[in-house]
Design a protein around this ligand. Structure first.
Ligand code: MN
Length: 386
């Protein structure tokens, strides 16, 4: 007889996915893995499969299917490939799905999970940033409980139950400020890819690390918070907190503010989410305030403030604007990662694309994919012909 909770991990070889595997591996008595999926990384996916013995593994890139099949030969694991394969990973009922695919590719499998799991631990930002109202409607119509894994939103989830009338006045998202926190305009103009990839606190994938440098990551987190907690724009604040010990705060109407503190290790919010609603013992390094000594707070670097302002702008505009905002950024960042554009070009390109686009209607999930495709082409054309 087993009382283990069954888990599927969408995107198990990325940063959040690997951290989740680590959490599960050190808590094998509590959890068992049903399915794992990855975009390309056959080697790590095989290692994870041998470690956690899932029923199904899927590789999104069909070209890597043979490799995966050969590596797992005779292991009694069903092997799938392609977008359909990744979606099939979520066709069976499981207790928990960890949705950590990066990008718009995560949308369909995550939407499919809503129907088939009782708890969805969400790390994919696009579900909320590109498809926020669409996604939240699906959640509210389902029996699935949504738990954010993004550290800031996970903190706010821990601090407050928004379903109760708690008289929340506002929330404060903390931002590390990224590697260019103190850069002036002259230095930002010369910022290189190598500089931008050096995040002071968090070790993450390259796309999100660039988003931290431009503060676009925080802009997306404003959008995430708006949809997750059903807040007004005026209720969402951002403050720079370079130590990344406070992960966010909730400000109540009576003058009290609560904050969530922990070391910057993603395994802590992941462990919390997997165990929710209970809190369990976790053998992990806890914070030592006497070692930390000081927590500091600053205003956002004015030269990067436009990213934050754009988040409020696209939310005010609504409709497809947050989606366009996200897609234009994704394309611009991919060019910056290839060193084809300068650091400050990223934001200029996004602004231009927002001003060139109309507000498209979103009724179905396919609308989201087709607008995304349209904006991708538009942004690439704009960059090439600049
Ligand atoms: Mn975050």
């Amino acid at each position: 007889m087993s009382f283990k909770k069954t888990i599927s991990i969408l995107g198990s070889t990325g940063s959040i996915g690997s951290n989740t595997v680590d959490v599960i591996n050190s808590n094998k008595k509590k959890f068992s893995v049903f399915s794992l999926s990855s975009k390309n990384n056959v080697n790590l996916l095989c290692k994870q499969a041998l470690l956690l013995k899932p029923k199904i593994v899927a590789i999104q890139n069909k070209k890597r299917y043979k490799d995966l099949r050969n590596n797992l030969f005779g292991k009694k694991i069903k092997i799938l490939a392609g977008d359909e394969g990744v979606i099939e990973c979520t066709d069976n009922k499981v207790e928990i799905v960890v949705a950590s695919i990066v990008g718009i590719a995560g949308l369909k499998p995550t939407l499919n999970s809503i129907e088939n799991c009782s708890k969805l631990c969400l790390a994919n930002k696009e579900c909320l940033v590109s498809a926020g109202s669409f996604f939240m409607k699906k959640i509210s119509k389902s029996k699935c409980k949504l738990l954010p894994l993004d550290s800031e939103h996970n903190a706010i989830f821990q601090l407050c139950d928004f379903n109760k009338s708690n008289n929340v006045e506002s929330i404060t998202l903390t931002a590390s400020g990224g590697p260019f926190r103190n850069y002036n305009l002259q230095k930002l103009k010369k910022a290189t890819l190598t500089n931008a990839l050096k995040h002071p606190n968090w070790k993450m994938g390259s796309k999100i690390t660039i988003d931290s440098a431009t503060l676009m990551n925080k802009a997306f987190e404003i959008i995430e918070a708006y949809y997750l907690f059903n807040l007004k724009l005026s209720q969402i604040n951002v403050v720079v907190h370079p130590e990344s010990i406070i992960h966010s705060m909730v400000n109540f109407a009576d003058g009290s503010t609560t904050a969530l503190l922990s070391s910057h290790d993603m395994r802590i919010p992941i462990f919390y989410a997997l165990n929710w609603p209970s809190r369990e013992y976790y053998n992990i390094k806890k914070i030592d305030l006497l070692k930390i000594k000081t927590l500091t707070f600053e205003k956002i670097n004015t030269h990067l403030m436009d990213s934050i302002n754009l988040a409020y702008y696209v939310l005010k505009k609504g409709g497809s604007y947050p989606l366009i905002f996200n897609t234009a950024n994704e394309v611009a960042v991919s060019y910056f990662l290839k060193e084809k554009i300068n650091f400050l070009d990223i934001l200029k390109i996004i602004k231009k694309i927002l001003s060139k686009s109309e507000n498209y209607k979103i009724n179905t999930v396919n609308d989201i994919y087709s607008i995304d495709k349209k904006i991708r082409i538009l942004t690439k054309e704009y960059i090439m012909n600049r």
